[in-house]
Design a binder for this molecule. Structure first.
Ligand code: ADE
Length: 233
């Protein structure tokens, strides 16, 4: 899957894209991430990417010309792939949205900055808007990395274990059960005996019980949704 990222700060992506599972996915050709600096598409001497808002008020607004120029130069006019704006006004990014995007071969992520972007970008260039949560960050770079990460996990071969996404917290609508590894006793704290029993049916049952328990304790909202879905099926 291919990601084209349009940003004023491409350098913030490098460390994350060059580490761990996402690096391996890139090296193995499972994902391709291309970074485009919007500033490279300015034509004035000062490489201006923002300007004062019409109507007054605080803050600066991202200018339309370099954003249109960067995206259209790379993707065509009009682009024939989804152009997703990272913004706190977008639809909430959930595991379901990550899965949905993972079925697409190619997406563009536009990282907003300053107080906002010229509305004509939203109206005439952007095809989707995503928020990673109800809080406001200084820019869309971290949200874009989060989207790349969560979406990539769904692509075949990205996770070492092909069942990796099935047990995830949120994938099933339940939080994940607790995990343990060696040693069997650490500082007087033993691993639950059932996990050492070798009885896989019993272990599966215990894990499901733990998932249900955790979800109802920590996320009653998720539990309610889960139960509603169970009753429908
Ligand atoms: N840009 C600033 N805050 C954001 C958020 N919560 N989600 C996506 N993009 C953003």
């Amino acid at each position: 899957m291919k990601f084209d990222i349009f940003t004023l700060f491409p350098e913030v992506f490098q460390p994350y894209l060059n580490a761990s599972i996402i690096k391996r996915a890139r090296v193995n050709g499972l994902i391709e991430v291309n970074l485009h600096n919007i500033r490279d598409y300015t034509v004035d001497r000062h490489h201006t990417t923002d300007d004062m808002p019409y109507g007054g008020g605080g803050g600066m607004v991202m200018k339309p010309e370099p954003v249109f120029s960067s995206i259209e130069s790379v993707l065509g006019k009009p682009p024939d792939i989804p152009v997703i704006l990272m913004t706190p006004q977008g639809r909430l990014f959930t595991q379901e949205v990550a899965k949905e995007l993972s079925s697409l071969p190619h997406i563009a992520l536009l990282c907003g900055h300053y107080e906002g972007i010229d509305e004509r970008i939203r109206e005439h260039l952007v095809t989707d808007e995503i928020s990673i949560g109800d809080y406001v960050l200084t820019g869309g770079e971290l949200p874009a990395l989060i989207v790349i990460d969560a979406v990539s996990r769904y692509l075949p071969g990205v996770l070492g274990d092909p069942t990796g996404t099935e047990d995830d917290s949120h994938a099933s609508g339940l939080l994940e059960y607790p995990h343990y590894t060696r040693p069997p006793v650490f500082r007087d704290w033993p691993v639950p005996e059932i996990l050492l029993s070798g009885n896989h049916a019993a272990i599966d049952k215990w894990r499901l019980q733990q998932s249900l328990l955790r979800t109802s304790e920590k996320r009653p909202d998720m539990m309610e949704k889960y139960l509603k879905r169970q009753n429908k099926d």
